[in-house]
Design a protein around this ligand. Sequence first.
Ligand code: FE2
Length: 412
Amino acid sequence: MGPTVDSPEVQDEANGLKRLLLDSVSDGSTLGRTLFNERGDVLLRRGALLNRRYIESLRDRGFRSLYIADGPDDDLAPDEIVSEHVRANATASVHRFLNVVATARLDRRSGASAERTMSEEAARALITRVASLRSVVESVIDEVLQANNLPGLTELKTHDNYTFCHSIEVTITAIMIGRELHFDRAALRELAMGCILHDVGKMFIAPQILNKPGRLTKEEMELVKSHPGAGYRFLRGFQPDAYLINHVAYQHHERQDGTGYPRGLTGQNRIGREGRSGRGEMLLIAEIAAVADVYDALSSDRPHRPGMAPDQVVEMIRSMAGTHLNREVVNGFLSIVPAYPVGSAIHVTEGSFTGFCGVVVNLNTQRLDRPRIRLDRDRSGRRIDPFEIDLVWEPLTQIAIILFDRELRQAG
Ligand SMILES: [Fe+2]
């Protein structure tokens, strides 16, 4: 990254979609991506003009950053692969399911001690909620199967909606990976259900610990690490036959090299095998969930750090292949995730146009890492007649996503 591109004046001027920390959003900016609440309802739609009041109320809700679209390129909307309606249904279903889990947990606290003593009423409510999750998962699969690639931008989350939104995002990503690995419909269904339920164990941890901005103490860390086991035991309690689905909750924090938790399972970094793995090895379905989980977690704002930019996340996941994540699953994932989503503000870091700024206009589905870009600022930040370059034909040109805020830039 050269000195000119680094200068905030130039980057502030760049067009396209940028993620800004709330403190840096100014009155009159245009919202670049629709925001949803924890029930999946629209809070503020893409294209809305932001004012102080909106910004403050988004801060109160726990948003940390926003996508802002500026300049003449605001017609370039990032791909949305799940419709607003299906997303709202899915978020609401997850929300209701997890609420029932939280209630069932409270029942237990006040009286008996183990999940098998859950009241009949709570058990019935859970079964109804899971049935509604199953039907919503069908529509998510239908829509995701129509998409060419992932949008590359994560939904922005708050404390309140993190677990719900995260479950949906992980599900969407996992379905795309599953399709890439030629899963049939039945296998996609199990994968999706496993992912939508993968963090159910978090309902057993106090929100103050999950949302703690600072470093966790050793005891708190142990508690957080108990969520896969707690989730698994809970799921097994009311759906003992859903072996694969329940094991996604149990195994999604395990790693290929055996350094994950809770059991230190290992992986062979391969896809080809039967559904069930050897003793002490991860299931493929959980290895896919692990990639989808890490992808959304790195992209999202968390209490202790802002989310990373899409190109940084892709690089990070590539670097985790082999040790942490299944290498072949990561390869499948990399062929469907754009490092430079459509509409993103970018600058050129190498090649004859080094220092120029512009925006991603088009993805090449064969080469998601080499999109078509439109440059509209020269290296001194002056506006120029826009021109487009197809990076597939310009192998020496390298680009990076512009993150407006220093804090966001340093997050990676
Ligand atoms: Fe988790």
